[in-house]
Design a protein around this ligand. Structure first.
Ligand code: ADP
Ligand code: ADP
Length: 240
């Protein structure tokens, strides 16, 4: 199985502030890891580091043995060129708090843009895939809508479909329901639950404890840039 994330001794400074402090974590292929912790504890920085959107100062991150952002030569790591970094990122989908759909494109165009641009699929195959993905997120009837006309929950479901369109090994979710009205949270969590059994590795930063308890194979608590607790959802969230 693909999508094994290995994080080894990662630290990250912003000026003198240590946003990540010697984080080591194994995320098995196909698993669901939920990252919990107070605001400012480094959750988002860790997600960004997994995609090399943030360069780390110590340690390294690997996905299926590849160094993220680097190549190894002898016992040294050399940073990859922008083009090679972008190529690595195709394997890692990212779902943001604020959806980040292309507002000037229809829903369907949002789903076919990336696989065609990256020459993953022909336009025709991408259109076919887009309808299959709309079925996964339950929004086939919105194919021709402008994304900005959808509800926040619908936009986020399309953002998830768009992440799936490149068939990534890993999808990172950064507080995917935090920007939503409470009544729309459930429909987005339901889509993520559905993906939890699809074989894709999911890493979800969220404050939704119920979701973590129900879906997570592994729960990680962060405080002040450190992993302070780590275990199964049962171990960490069910004791009285
Ligand atoms: P969380 O996602 O847990 O809320 P973050 O990873 O966003 O935490 O932030 C961790 C710490 O790093 C916070 O103290 C935050 O203010 C700081 N931080 C994050 N990004 C930057 C940045 N680009 N420049 C300076 N400080 C940052
Ligand atoms: P195919 O993969 O043969 O083109 P599918 O209709 O099974 O046809 O899937 C189309 C796309 O949607 C594929 O990228 C597939 O990985 C993705 N997909 C389908 N069902 C799910 C699901 N339940 N969870 C995640 N991705 C899915």
């Amino acid at each position: 199985a693909e999508g094994h994330i290995s994080i080894t001794g990662v630290s990250k400074y912003f000026g003198r502030h240590k946003a990540l402090d010697d984080v080591s974590l194994e995320i098995p292929p196909g698993s669901v890891t939920v990252i919990l912790g107070p605001s400012g504890s480094g959750k988002s920085t860790l997600l960004r580091a997994i995609n090399h959107l943030e360069r780390v100062d110590e340690g390294f991150i690997q996905i299926d043995g590849d160094y993220i952002g680097y190549r190894r030569q002898g016992d040294r790591l050399y940073e990859l060129k922008e083009k090679a970094i972008l190529k690595q990122r195709i394997n890692v989908g990212y779902v943001f708090q604020n959806f980040n759909l292309f507002p000037h494109l229809t829903v369907l165009e949002n789903l076919i843009e990336a696989p065609v641009a990256h020459k993953r699929l022909s336009r025709r195959a991408a259109v076919e895939q887009a309808y299959a993905l709309l079925d996964v997120v339950g929004l086939r009837d919105k194919a021709d809508a402008w994304s900005r006309h959808l509800s926040g929950g619908q936009q986020q479901r399309i953002a998830i479909a768009r992440a799936l369109a490149l068939r990534p090994r890993v999808i990172l979710f950064d507080e995917p329901t935090s920007a939503l009205d409470p009544e729309l949270v459930g429909e987005v969590l339901d889509v993520i639950k559905k993906l939890a059994r699809s074989g894709t590795t999911l890493v979800v930063v969220t404050h939704e404890i119920g979701f973590a308890r129900e879906v997570a194979d592994q729960v990680v608590f962060m405080v002040d840039g450190k992993v302070v607790e780590q275990g199964s959802g049962d171990e960490l969230l069910n004791h009285p």
